[in-house]
Unconditional design. Sequence first.
Length: 421
Amino acid sequence: MDKILVHGGHPLSGTVKIGGSKNSALPILAATLLTKEPCVIRHVPDLSDIHYMLQILSHLGAQVERASGVVTVTAEKIDTVAPYDIVRKMRASVCVLGPLLGREKEATVSLPGGCVIGDRPIDLHLKGFAGLGASHRIAQGNVKVFAGELKGGLVSLRGKQGPTVLGTDNVMMAATLADGVTVIDNAAAEPEVVDLANFLNAMGAKIEGAGTRRIIIEGVKELHGAEHEVIPDRIEAGTFMVAAAVAGEKVTLQRVDPGHLDAVSDRLQEAGYKIDVAKDSLTVHGNGVTNCTQITTEPYPGFPTDMQAQMCALLSKGKGVSVITETVFPQRYMHVSELKRMGANIELDGATATVTGVEHLSGAPVMASDLRASAALVLAGLHADGVTEVSRVYHIDRGYECIDEKLNSLGAQIERVKVKG
Ligand code: EPU
């Protein structure tokens, strides 16, 4: 198990390249199961979550080859059961349900449990499959979905917390091979859903409306192989934007889609940071003082829940009182108690965090609890006095490719140390 030691107070400047999107690559890799023909996916980030997905594809019988960011999957013959041992490591494994159901008319996947960011139900995925005529059964911790035939239908995927990203992906993938037209109402409109729809269309699917709340899928008989390049990771980009705000002089992010980052840019500008935007890059200018702002996490195009912890770390040191409300995962505040150990003044009341900026944070031993919370602790370490020791960093490696090396290339002083036992 590695630990990360962040030596605070070193200014960041320079240029950093953003990798391919984890949350796009995962469902896109699952979608390769929809065809017998080879699919070539480029700009796949080198992350442990991607590694788990490739293991699942191999286990299901696909041939998987990987060379420097390019993954080729050929799923000539496939099995329909994804085992607990691999699935339990990553909740996003659930997105093999849609392609397996579409192609083989049945799929069994170990049911994902809750996780530290909150309850992670799949009722909306199952409701969507039911709209295509599929039934499901839960036994021994597995969910099995099956259908004699899949028929297009009208499904609404709105839950208590809004639309579902992987639920939309799953139903869209299954519907590509259903008989007739499927309409998904209250669909998620995240850029990752659009990226998946673009890949499916390249495979011969007929999907319109991805990126809006209504997606229309006209089922086809079969899909063929295709090549695709994954979009830039907007959450990795947002995290580096916050790093630039926390400790930057002038940091340029390359290979980003600035349009995907509007909500994050708005909040950073309100907190006092100047941002220059170009076609596929953006530059954040540090200003030394963070002003307060109000943030409510929402489905895209609102402020992303996956950036909430990082903003909490930024706003902890600064001027005034910021209020953060988390509407997507109302319990996603595991980073708060750790930030408080570094001197942050944060009060939690249900899904709302009131962050009163302090003048100094001080380095401390802290523990990562999930992917974005661990990124937040590294960011807090950048503007804390002394050394911040972040343990359980395997969480951060799930979603950030060499975050320590990338930050060091900008001038940070971060060490990764091996811990025995
Ligand atoms: N929900 C339900 N029923 C369902 C599915 C979801 O009630 O059947 C609820 C969830 O409990 C949550 C809300 O709906 O309150 C939204 O969840 P969603 O299904 O959209 O989340 P997800 O698809 O499982 C993806 C990302 C998450 C990101 C969320 C929200 C991937 C692999 N994961 O999860 O990313 O936070 O969308 O944008 O795409 C991360 O990268 O750190 C991460 C957690």
